[in-house]
Ligand binder design. Structure first.
Ligand code: AMP
Ligand code: MG
Length: 489
């Protein structure tokens, strides 16, 4: 018998129009690819108790019996701007939920454990490559203190899965307080089921936003809270150069979590137009577009609230959101620059800094680490490690900007040594660069999964420089520049 502390998910107590019950499809001869010991500790589960054959069978979809009964939920969503009336968990199953040491409930999902009624034309599977990416990136994003779904374990098998080439199957166990998406609301709205829509809104308020009950209109309060959390998460993405890749409304969490890791990427050479998903030909989800798309997606969500919130209130919410975002964004950016005060030209200072990086192939992550070394005095030379990031020529635009930056630092009596420490606490040295994930994937494909854990351990604390992880701080070598990341996963 498995020893996983699973109780029926509260979501499963909703009417059966919200989901279908599922029997997972087993993998042949499953094996552990990775087990997240750090996260297991949070549930008081020592990894040796967790890593049993029965638990492996359970978390790879291969157990004979599943209790509680797994479910797949129904949703819809706007994909690349167009509405798809029915999507749903096509390869995800909700196993149940569990309480952590602090008493918080976490839902457990298997991703890749076979077909569901929502699989449409696809196979219900996930490949090792994309599963390793999801496993590592959810933990990397958590390490950056950005809200996200988490990855608890990863099981693999030699079963073949057909994508652009033949690959092997894997199943991620991912956990989150809730996997509800904007698309869940859209499904009930566009099928005209007002009662279910309200039931869903009440469920979300009661379990995740109880403070909204105190408001005059709890549903309006919910919209504002979802808007605020979405703003904070997307602002955090912008601040570390994270590109989600597929910001469809079905990939937007009602809790503002980063969810559904597919063709994501951490930007290396700064380019505001950077598109990480090679299938996104029009650049709809480019780095600089992410806040606009978040706004667009919130408008799609708010549209579903028409029977719960007045039109004027929806409009006021949407009009206010860009400012909510900008506030969240500057709250992330000021500490990245080590600033101590708020000034009215902060937005300009930040925008001009990025303009100086544009088209210079400056490494996003290393730039902020090295900016921390800039002294306050206007006539000190800029650190050569920093200017080297701009390539051969003297970066004139940046040098001019640095003059303004230093002036600002002096004006607010910002002490250099303390600023360096503060900046290094918020600017990561390590991010999940595509080539790092790729190296770990290729080793795992050859049967050596150790690099996945080494990388996860590093990314769990991305701010602290450690000698044993020096290789992970390096920008992509030339061989890696052509790595393409597509939707195929
Ligand atoms: P995505 O935008 O990649 O998160 O997925 C869009 C929709 O396609 C969701 O409903 C997924 O569950 C579904 N989907 C993606 N890949 C598969 C697959 N291999 N098998 C079944 N459904 C899938
Ligand atoms: Mg999705």
């Amino acid at each position: 018998m498995h020893t996983l502390p699973l109780k029926p998910a509260r979501f499963a107590a909703l009417p059966n129009t919200f989901y279908s019950t599922i029997k997972p499809e087993p993998l042949n001869n499953p094996y552990w690819i990775a087990v997240n010991e750090t996260l297991l500790e949070q549930f008081g589960m020592p990894s040796e108790h967790f890593q049993t054959a029965s638990n492996l069978a359970y978390l790879s979809g291969s157990a004979a019996e599943y209790s509680p009964q797994p479910i797949a939920t129904v949703y819809s969503g706007h994909q690349f701007g167009g509405y798809t009336p029915r999507l749903g968990d096509g390869r995800a199953l909700l196993l149940g939920e569990t309480l952590d040491g602090a008493g918080n409930a976490w839902e457990w999902q298997l991703k890749g454990a076979g077909k569901t009624p929502y699989s449409r034309f696809a196979d219900g599977r996930a490949v090792l490559r994309s599963s390793v990416r999801e496993y590592l990136c959810s933990e990397a994003v958590h390490g950056l203190n950005i809200p996200t779904t988490r990855a608890l374990a990863l099981a693999g098998s030699n079963d073949e899965v057909y994508r652009e080439t033949v690959e092997t199957a894997a199943v991620v166990t991912r956990i989150a307080p809730s996997f509800i998406r904007f698309g869940h609301f859209e499904y009930f709205f566009y099928t005209g089921r007002e009662a279910e829509l309200k039931t869903l809104a009440d469920f979300v308020i009661d379990h995740y936003y109880p403070e909204c009950r105190q408001a005059g209109n709890p549903y309006l309060a919910l919209l504002h809270e979802v808007g605020r959390r979405t703003a904070e998460t997307v602002a955090a993405w912008q601040s570390v150069g994270f590109c989600h890749g597929v910001m469809n409304t079905d990939n937007m969490s009602i809790l503002g979590l980063t969810i559904d890791y597919g063709p994501f990427g951490f930007m290396e050479a700064y380019d505001r137009r950077h598109v990480c998903n090679h299938s996104d030909h029009e650049g709809r989800y480019a780095y600089h577009a992410q806040p606009y798309i978040a706004h667009w997606n919130l408008a799609a969500l708010a549209n579903c609230f028409e029977t719960l919130v007045s039109e004027d209130e929806v409009n006021a919410f949407l009009e206010q959101w860009p400012e909510t975002f900008q506030t969240a964004y500057l709250e992330k950016m000021r500490p990245k620059l080590g600033l101590l005060t708020e000034q009215k030209d902060d937005a300009e200072l930040v925008a001009d800094m990025f303009a100086a990086l544009q088209d210079k192939k400056v490494d996003f992550t290393l730039f902020f680490r090295r900016l921390a070394q800039v002294s306050n005095a206007h006539d000190d030379p800029l650190p050569s490690e920093l200017t080297a990031l701009f390539g051969g020529n003297s970066p004139q635009l940046f040098v001019r900007w640095a003059g303004r930056y230093r002036q600002r630092l002096r004006a607010e009596n910002n002490r250099h040594a303390e600023r360096t420490v503060r900046m290094n606490q918020v600017n990561p040295l390590y991010v999940l660069r595509n080539y790092l994930a790729q190296q770990a994937i290729e080793l795992a494909q050859r049967g050596d999964c150790r690099e996945i854990e080494r990388l996860r351990r590093c990314l769990e604390n991305p701010f602290e420089a450690r000698k044993e992880f020096a290789d992970f701080a390096e920008p992509a070598p030339e061989w890696a520049e052509g790595i393409a990341v597509s939707c195929s996963s």
